[in-house]
Design a protein around this ligand. Structure first.
Ligand code: PRP
Ligand code: MN
Ligand code: MG
Length: 175
């Protein structure tokens, strides 16, 4: 059976907002180079769209930290599925995520990456669901949209690995 998906944020709204945040980041990092860390798999679409709009020099690396598996609820277990290829020493690091929900993924990731000696480490997310936060210490530096507690898909976000390729943010409606 097909899921019913309601549009929460249109492609135009998302792209416009990413451009605004990219401008702000480019201003904040003027004169520096940025090392973007894309958190796979969800962060991949946002990372590309953001990176294309940045006007400072950018390098990219990828990491996969999974906490959900194929379930819609967090298992609470975070594990590294794929580590970075490059060292972080001396780099201006910006972690790029699709969504911050409980904050478990990011609180774990930040702790791990801090120990690798980056010059700075900041966090950028497409979506933030503050109502669901368990790890209150996670500080988000750049947020495109703050959203209510609904199960969202598209723009990298999946429901049992489906719908990542939707060009907008949608809500999976309960049948
Ligand atoms: C999702 C999402 C974030 C994380 C947010 O990833 O992409 O990385 O969960 O949840 P949290 O704040 O409660 O930790 P998921 O583990 O589903 O892997 P995926 O990116 O491969 O879909
Ligand atoms: Mn993810
Ligand atoms: Mg997922």
């Amino acid at each position: 059976m097909e899921d019913k998906i309601r549009v929460l944020l249109t492609e135009e709204e998302v792209n416009k907002r990413i451009s605004e945040v990219a401008e702000q980041i480019s201003r904040d990092y003027e004169g520096k180079s940025l090392h973007l860390i894309c958190v796979l798999k969800g962060g991949v679409f946002f990372t590309c769209e953001l990176a294309k709009r940045l006007t400072v020099p950018v390098s990219l690396d990828f990491m996969s930290v999974s906490s959900y598996g194929d379930d819609t609820k967090s298992s609470g277990v975070v594990r590294i599925v794929k580590d970075l290829d490059e060292p972080l020493a001396g780099k201006e690091v910006l972690i790029v995520e699709d969504i911050i929900d409980s904050g478990r993924t990011l609180s774990y990731l930040i702790e791990v990456l801090k120990q690798r000696g980056p010059k700075s480490i900041h966090l950028c997310t497409l979506l933030d669901k503050p109502e669901r936060r368990v790890k209150k210490q996670v500080k988000v530096d750049y947020t495109c949209f703050t959203i209510p507690d609904e199960f969202v898909v598209g723009y990298g976000l999946d429901y049992a690995q489906k719908y990542r390729n939707l060009p907008f943010i949608g809500v999976v409606e309960q049948q």
